[in-house]
Ligand binder design. Sequence first.
Ligand SMILES: Nc1ncnc2c1ncn2[C@@H]1O[C@H](COP(=O)(O)OP(=O)(O)O)[C@@H](O)[C@H]1O
Ligand SMILES: N[C@@H](CC(=O)OP(=O)(O)O)C(=O)O
Length: 422
Amino acid sequence: MKVFKFGGASLESIERIRQVGQIVQSFPDEKLLIVISAMAKTTNELEKVAENFYLRKKEIAAQLLFNIEQGHLRVAEGLLGTTEHPVFQQLQQFFTEAEWTLGEKPMRTYDYYYDQLVSLGELLSTAIVSAYFNTIGLNNEWLDVRDVFRTDDNFRDANIDWVYTQKQVTEKVVPLFNKTNIVITQGFIGSTDQNESVTLGREGSDYSAAVFANMLDAESQTIWKDVEGLKNADPKLFPNTVNIPEISYAEVIEMAYYGAQVIHPKTIKPLQNKQIPLLVKCFLDKNLPGTVIREEADTRKLPPIIVLKKNQVLLTITSKDYSFITEDKISDIYEIFHGLKIKINLMQNGAINFSCCIDNNPEKIELLIKTLHQQFKISYNEGLELLTVRYYQPAMLEELSNGHQVMLEQRSGSTIQRLWKK
Ligand SMILES: Nc1ncnc2c1ncn2[C@@H]1O[C@H](COP(=O)(O)OP(=O)(O)O)[C@@H](O)[C@H]1O
Ligand SMILES: N[C@@H](CC(=O)OP(=O)(O)O)C(=O)O
């Protein structure tokens, strides 16, 4: 059995969905569990629906939802060539449920409503792709992953109950493969024990696929992307990138940790635990070699790996009374960051100050400053970028840094990080 994951970019248009169909047709004798994300930027649009609903701008929310509905109905009709197919009733049912949510008075947390609304994207895309596949001879079963992935109620970043979910996979998913070779299901979403929809964190479909691969003991997981494979930098940000034919799990975990937005950071662990290789392949040309990610790979063959995190803020936290920033103070500072779920991307401390670089999230930063302000003086600088280079060569580093004012730098072994202003 193989696990495939198709992300939003591969479902961006009718043509691309047809291309996905051709890729799957080229694996005629395989058992495939296919995890699918929401089409194109649907998740971003649904986030706007949730925001407007919670701000009680119900008409705007309803209009945005209507636009999403029209877009999906057009794609479904384009692929199926009719509006008479039963999938239109299934889509209608999903929209009706979302409209019911919009009709409620928000009594629970924003994150709860976010998940009830944003989970719609994957339900719609999988229903359409499943119906289309059946019409082109790719007989498949559509699976509602919320009947399988049980999580806690940490809405927007729910944690999977591995024991219960494994039982569901064994009892509900494995038998489906006696009926069919292809099972299509949603990435990114799951359900609590109260049957409330949850999401697993943005871009979490790679992780969903890895959970399935682990629990089904798959021979491999393939993530189909719009790039030729995993490259040494984001080709949208840097010219002259090179493809990496093979790389270790450990190296990819590092890349994801430093902010490479190509594979979700939680994806590697479930695969590493069962030694399942992760393949990154290009849906635009499936004959390109792509990348194999596995336990053993020779790091000596790796090119310099570059990760750029934009929209960073440098916070400098200084003790008000000139007392030293000692372990107890650092521990207080960390507790505050942890409480607000703010990740520190880089940190450095001096005698009376502690500097750190974080993502620019204005609401969280406002709360953070308010809390820290009781004990410390705070200054901050925004509009920064954090560059990380592994296996760097001095000349290329200087070339990359040209024209930037470096605010903070850290080197360790083969890795260098520079926080800079343009
Ligand atoms: N090191 C990298 N190698 C390849 N692609 C990268 C890298 N870092 C960032 N990317 C970006 O990841 C994009 C593909 O991922 P993503 O857009 O999340 O796909 P999907 O949502 O379809 O799964 C590419 O278009 C590319 O711009
Ligand atoms: N649709 C979700 C989950 C996801 O993983 O999407 P993608 O595979 O397109 O990154 C998101 O946009 O966050």
